[in-house]
Design a protein around this ligand. Structure first.
Ligand code: DX5
Ligand code: ZN
Length: 218
């Protein structure tokens, strides 16, 4: 089954706890939290304090996407704040193996993310060590951008890489995922769909989740 991870980047921050609770009640599988530092990406968002607040508002796993340079400095803080999955960008980690193991040794799941222009070969040597590959289908930094079509082929190749290595690694896709393209993305090999604007711009989250399940499973 495909898991749905609403990204709170498009939620109403003034009512964040309520928004997260509503997403949970609507049947979301995890909460995606976008951490941006204004350096790795041209936007500044959330830190460990907000992660801690979200943790108190929901039982769902927190999927924390670090779009920051030197993520190794903040791993402990995000683990303490309640992250269940911590994902770092390959482009931000010169010592990716060390960073990945630092996260694993803290007892939570680890993901590695690739920007649209980053080749899958950059994770070839680390794929056995990671739980999740986060494939960016937009250039990270903002919600509401358009899905880059060539990502579909990249997802497909990532799936083949996982299968040929007989691994359980899951593929998460982030950026421009909508009701209209969700099925294609899943058919290409995605296990988790991040949805920011497509989810939080809805009036009725429950109704949207129903439509989405119908779109995916008929
Ligand atoms: C983009 C973030 C995404 C963002 C997706 O840099 O990593 O998680 O919230 O937003 P949508 O679904 O609106 O493209
Ligand atoms: Zn994200």
């Amino acid at each position: 089954m495909t898991l749905i991870a609403p990204s709170i980047l498009s939620a109403d921050f003034g009512r964040l706890a309520e928004e997260v609770k509503h997403a949970e009640q609507a049947g979301a599988d995890m909460i995606h939290i976008d951490v941006m530092d204004g350096c790795f990406v041209p936007n500044i968002t959330i830190g460990p304090l907000i992660v801690e607040a979200v943790k108190k508002a929901t039982m769902l796993p927190l999927d924390v996407h670090l779009m920051i340079i030197q993520p190794e400095k903040y791993i402990e803080d995000f683990v303490k704040a309640g992250a269940d999955i911590l994902t770092v960008h390959v482009e931000a980690c010169p010592h990716l193996h060390r960073t990945v193991w630092q996260i694993k040794e803290s007892g939570i799941r680890v993901g590695v993310s690739l920007n649209p222009a980053t080749s899958l070969s950059s994770i070839e040597e680390i794929i056995h060590d990671i739980d999740l590959i986060l494939i960016m289908s937009v250039n990270p930094g903002f919600g509401g951008q358009k899905f880059i079509p060539s990502t579909l082929d990249k997802i497909n190749r990532a799936k083949k890489m996982i299968l040929s290595n007989k691994l359980q690694t899951v593929i998460e896709v982030d950026g421009g995922v909508k009701l209209e393209n969700a099925k294609k993305i899943v058919q290409a090999g995605a296990d988790i769909l991040v949805m920011g604007s497509a989810f939080f711009k809805q009036k009725d989250y429950k109704k949207f989740m129903k439509q989405l399940r119908k779109e995916l499973y008929g």
